[in-house]
Design a protein around this ligand. Sequence first.
Ligand code: SAJ
Length: 423
Amino acid sequence: MLFHTISVVGLGYIGLPTAAVFASRKKKVIGVDVNQNVVDTINLGGIHIVEPDLDMIVHAAVTEGYLRATTQAEPADAFLIAVPTPFKGDHEPDLSYIASATEAIAPVLKKGNLVILESTSPVGATEQMAGWLAAARPDLSFPQTHGENSDIRLAHCPERVLPGHVLRELVQNDRVIGGMTAKCSEAAVELYKVFVKGECVTTTARTAEMCKLTENSFRDVNIAFANELSIICDKLDINVWELIRLANRHPRVNILQPGPGVGGHCIAVDPWFIVSSIPEKAELIRTARNVNDGKPRWVEDKVKTAVAEFLQENPEKTALDVTIACFGLAFKPDIDDLRESPALAISLKIAAAHPGCVLAVEPNIRALPVTLVGNNLVLKDADQALAESDVLVLLVDHKEFNSIPVAALGERKIVDTRGVWSF
Ligand code: SAJ
């Protein structure tokens, strides 16, 4: 099967880099997105997300004519669906974006097409998508009814790239390819081999779905272990960072790092897809989610205690006189992504509850997003924040904070959620 034209539906954090990488291999790529601004930005050679080097490769792909964006699906040889799969209020997966993408491509599908679901999905979503497509196009045959002889091939190939390293990991990582039939997998391997240098390992669609959920749940459970340890150690007056360093000297122990909670759009979401599929059996996975989701509240309480201690030691002052500085707002180190960030959520909670000044230090942004302006949160650089504050809250281990000498912190009260200043 030859793929000349590839359509990528959903031009976000995964879809846009994937589209650009195909285009960089001289494939004709049609990017589809419902957002007209996103489409216009890309067609001008720009990008609407932050990811190292992506601007250059999108600009080259558009100016050389290999990548074009549109709001309307067009015929292609292969379709990759990379739309969000959030959860609803009750932690049930929300497949409405996949349903819309399916609706958009159904009219332009033709015999011989390959459709790939890349979005992280609950087990069974690929079969569900196949059902929607079959209902929309009774003139075409699909693998769930026609097996290897189907007109359309379908597979789930979950993305597994790490934000901040997307372009490298897209090419280098192994890829799990879950075809609805062996021929579906074969076609998908051929497509990904256009740019993937890692191994393309084939399996079923359901196993591929579960594999992606398992990877992120594994990490979530392990971070929950570290977070729980940090709370226990705080009660026992033991330095958890030293403890973890020591325990990790054991050849079969590798504990992750505690923090202010788990952020981002994947690890805090995907385990719920397992929980919602078999709620009565997913006890550990659910508990891990709850442990990680509870950590921001614990940090907020630690900050309240630090302020109370400061006031006890400085009885001439009131809470209004106390300045708190929050170091880091992003959801993880050395990126500027504030979405789903526990550090940002904690800073906003502190700003709402504290009557005095609350400063935020985030070296990766120039200004607070407009949605945050008006909160009792003022962006400062690290030196200013150090000079002006009484309580320091370390929320993200950005490299800039690692280089602040502990001596510069003086006698200030410190709540260090990342172990940067607590050796
Ligand atoms: N975190 C800790 N302690 C740690 C490691 C991480 O508190 O020891 C926190 C981070 O600060 C952050 C959150 O966890 O708030 C998630 O960060 P991350 O770096 O673990 O993961 P993501 O969300 O950036 O990307 C993950 C990756 N999955 C795995 O490593 C198993 C990535 O490969 C996936 O492609 C991505 O989810 C995704 O899109 O699903």
